[in-house]
Design a protein around this ligand. Structure first.
Ligand SMILES: Nc1nc2c(ncn2[C@@H]2O[C@H](COP(=O)(O)OP(=O)(O)O)[C@@H](O)[C@H]2O)c(=O)[nH]1
Ligand SMILES: [Mg+2]
Length: 144
């Protein structure tokens, strides 16, 4: 039986697009943060509070990743920042080509920080660079 491995090719394409994104955002002097956690850990809440607290000091934009809804982008806009929603239709992580398309919908000119809220999943997003400067993992526990 012969086997064909395509994983390396897909990741190589992702890496190339990720590098293009990183270069574009560096030229625009936008610091980009890829925010990851399990579902419901508090990523969007953290972003809402960050946007409100930094209002008037730093301009923030957000690319939201979700498997099926636009609810998070609506929350971000209500908090006062530009937001673009990527609906992955079941895919468990964001890939660089999705972010590249979403970037066309944002006005990068005023931005100081771009947050990319990844799909709620602690495994899949880790393998896919998105052109970010930093990856941040949000971890939450209950109080007992
Ligand atoms: N008690 C408590 N609840 C929180 C906190 N952060 C988020 N939540 C709640 O946890 C739920 C999921 O939060 P969300 O920000 O949507 O998580 P995400 O899926 O990681 O974006 C919501 O009902 C939030 O109100 C927190 O710091 N403390
Ligand atoms: Mg969220």
């Amino acid at each position: 039986m012969s086997k064909v491995s395509i994983v390396q090719n897909i990741l190589a394409v992702n890496e190339r697009i990720s590098n293009d994104i990183h270069q574009l955002l560096a030229e625009r002097q936008v610091c980009t943060i890829n925010l990851m956690s399990s579902a419901g850990a508090g990523k969007t809440t953290l972003l809402e509070q960050t946007i409100k607290r930094l209002k008037g000091r730093l301009e923030i934009g957000v690319i939201e990743g979700d498997v099926e809804t636009s609810a998070d982008a609506e929350r971000i806009e209500a908090a006062g920042a530009q937001a673009v929603q990527i609906i992955t239709q079941g895919t468990c992580h964001l890939e660089a080509h999705m972010v590249q398309i979403a970037l066309n919908e944002l006005d990068l000119e005023p931005l100081d920080i771009l947050f990319i809220e990844n799909v709620g999943n602690l495994v899949c997003p880790a393998g896919w660079n998105l052109g970010e400067d930093l990856k941040i993992v949000v971890v939450s526990t209950n109080r007992r």
